[in-house]
Design a protein around this ligand. Structure first.
Ligand code: HEM
Length: 571
């Protein structure tokens, strides 16, 4: 499935772009290999190309999906698309809160607005920017296919969203509706969102303790996936390769060895990401009363979970038994996501099936977001080579002094700045802080505006990140922008760190629901950058410019077919 097909299905996009399925040129468009041998080092292709050539390609190892499945899905999607457009036209003429008092970008008629709903699929960023400029520090609305979406700008109003209580502005309801969580990821994940707290506490606390594993997996996955000879350059498919590195590394932290290298498990984790978003959109097209009957048939929950159970049952069952025999803190208990989830799970959530679903759910939240972010960064690194040497010097100085630890990576301020700047300029979502008004009387903002019950809203992230009042020369990529600000600041320099969210910087959201996984993500991604600059020279094929982003609905996707040339570091 192409990005665009995925996006057309995901018109009501409400999540970070990493949740989007499918990218042109990604391995998922290729035929499935029955043996799922995706991550084997022996499969790393040997084609090497010379300087300035992109003739040699590293065939990406597999996270394949069946080609027939993809074809079937396209036909189903197109047929359903026609029927759905008609159905939605009728349905929406009669439903939804009255938002006529909010200025519109594009046409506001109940039928003519559909023209802009389709414009939104490919030009959402431009529509947001038009709204941001015409209606600064206030509200505007844009039509998406099945509803109006209200965009909010200005620090004061974004602050209102960030601090709102879940019972007034719900993150979970809007996410659960978008993902149709009950059918695609499981009822427990919908009913009891206890995992963000686990990520925020136990997982984050253990980023340092488990850093040696993360570092080891980075080293091993690069050695397996990018095999270089002499001083020759190798063209590496950036997206597919980094997806595998991040999937392995994150799962080394989540579930450990050997599962984090199991090709079928890794392929499954990635398949779930696609299945959930695509199937959720199909279910979203159905009238509510048909969802309980047809939802389970459309979703791949059962087959995906059966496959996940094959991998995770031995690990989880043993721990459930030990817990029953020896109590919660039995000696030798592994320090990983499964244990942290088991410590927090209550009642029905402390069962085999529920824990399997939760491990997959956390993977769903973690992998695509981190991969998309990292591939954007890799393109920046290859496109602006003058940054490589200072980054190298920083890594060498710190690692020579302290070795490879989380604290050492924490001190890599230049890499941190580079990551934050990459997320500012090429953040994976052009909007964030997706919420639904759930308070019965609507939600009253601090400027006195009340958005009615049932309204869907977001903050205008791309426009905020490119506002010259906040970021001088906002369209210039200045990799050390935040490091310079940090150095100029006598106190409070932490506000420029990649993990720090603020009303000016929404790449990880802000406030009550700001991304709980960002501490893990930032350390992991910085450690990967440090590994690359220390060990490789990189550049773009034929010195082409940075591969263009693909803006689809509110997602900013890195080009998934682009390659980056790697060779062993020469100097
Ligand atoms: C660079 C990588 C990542 C990016 C850009 C990212 C971005 C985001 C954003 C924008 C939100 C919504 C925040 C809001 O609406 O206020 C979010 C929420 C979330 N993220 Fe991340 N994320 C990343 C990595 C991760 C990782 C590694 C994990 C898990 C270990 C994770 C788990 C979650 C969860 C569970 C939520 C929902 C929070 C809640 O329910 O309160 N994310 N993320």
């Amino acid at each position: 499935m192409s990005t665009r097909t995925g996006a057309v299905l995901a018109l009501s996009f409400n999540l970070p772009a990493g949740f989007y399925p499918g990218r042109p040129g990604s391995t998922r468009a290729r035929p499935y290999k029955a043996h799922h041998d995706g991550f084997r080092g022996s499969q790393v292709p040997t084609a090497i190309c010379n300087d300035n050539s992109n003739g040699g390609e590293q065939a990406a190892t597999d996270l394949f999906l069946p080609a027939t499945f993809m074809e079937d899905l396209k036909i189903v999607a197109l047929s359903l698309g026609g029927v759905a457009a008609l159905y939605l036209l009728v349905r929406n003429a009669y439903s939804g809160p009255n938002l006529d008092f909010i200025p519109t970008v594009g046409r506001s008629g109940s039928i003519s607005s559909y023209i802009d709903a389709f414009r939104y699929v490919f030009y959402a960023k431009e529509m947001f920017q038009e709204g941001y400029q015409k209606h600064p520090e206030t509200f505007f609305r844009v039509p998406v296919v099945d509803r109006w979406s209200v965009l909010v700008s200005g620090k004061q109003l974004i602050g209102d969203i960030a601090n709102a209580r879940e019972e007034d502005l719900s993150f979970h309801q809007s996410t659960n509706e978008f993902l149709q969580t009950r059918y695609t990821l499981g009822r427990g994940c919908e009913r009891d969102p206890y995992h963000p707290a686990v990520i925020r506490t136990s997982l984050t606390r253990n980023v340092g303790h488990r850093f040696p594993d993360v570092r080891d997996e980075i080293v091993c996955s690069f050695a397996d996936l990018i095999s270089l000879r002499g001083d020759e350059w190798l063209a590496v498919p950036a997206y597919d390769t980094m997806l595998q590195v991040i999937c392995r590394t994150s799962n080394r932290f989540f579930v450990g060895l050997p599962l984090c290298r199991d090709p079928d498990y890794l392929a499954l984790v990635n398949q779930v990401a696609m299945d959930v978003v695509v199937k959720a959109q199909l279910i979203n097209f159905l009238p509510a009363f048909l969802r309980p009957t047809l939802g389970p048939f459309i979703s791949s929950l059962n087959s995906n979970m059966r496959r996940a159970e094959r991998h995770l049952t031995p690990l989880i069952a043993e721990r459930l038994n030990k817990m029953e025999e020896l109590g919660k803190d039995w000696p030798g208990k592994p320090n990983d996501l499964i244990s942290w989830l088991m410590d927090a799970a209550q009642g029905d959530e402390l069962t085999l099936t529920a824990l399997v679903q939760r491990v997959i759910f956390v993977n769903f939240a973690a992998i695509r977001t981190s991969t998309d972010t990292f591939v954007h960064l890799l393109f920046d690194l290859a496109a602006y080579p003058s940054y490589v040497q200072p980054l190298r010097e920083e890594v060498e100085a710190i690692v020579n002094e302290e070795g490879w630890t989380k604290a050492a990576v924490g001190k890599m301020h230049k890499i941190d700045s580079f990551l934050r700047e990459s997320q500012r300029v090429h953040g994976i979502g052009t909007q964030s802080l997706g919420r639904k008004v759930v308070g019965p009387d609507g939600f009253k903002f601090s400027d006195g505006t009340t958005l009615p019950h049932g309204t869907y809203l977001h903050a205008t992230t791309w426009s905020l990140h490119h506002d010259p009042e906040l970021y001088p020369d906002p369209h210039v990529f200045d990799g050390f922008r935040f490091d310079k600000l940090r150095q100029a600041e006598e106190t409070g320099a932490a506000k420029y760190q990649a993990v720090t969210t603020s009303l000016d910087y929404l790449a990880f959201g802000h406030g009550v629901h700001s991304c709980p996984g960002r501490h893990m993500a930032v350390i992991e991604l910085k450690a990967i950058v440090a590994h690359i600059v220390l060990n490789y020279d990189i550049k773009l094929p034929n010195d082409e410019g940075r591969p263009a982003n693909q803006y689809v609905a509110s997602a900013c996707l890195p080009n998934a077919s682009a390659k980056v040339l790697f060779r062993k570091r020469q100097s």
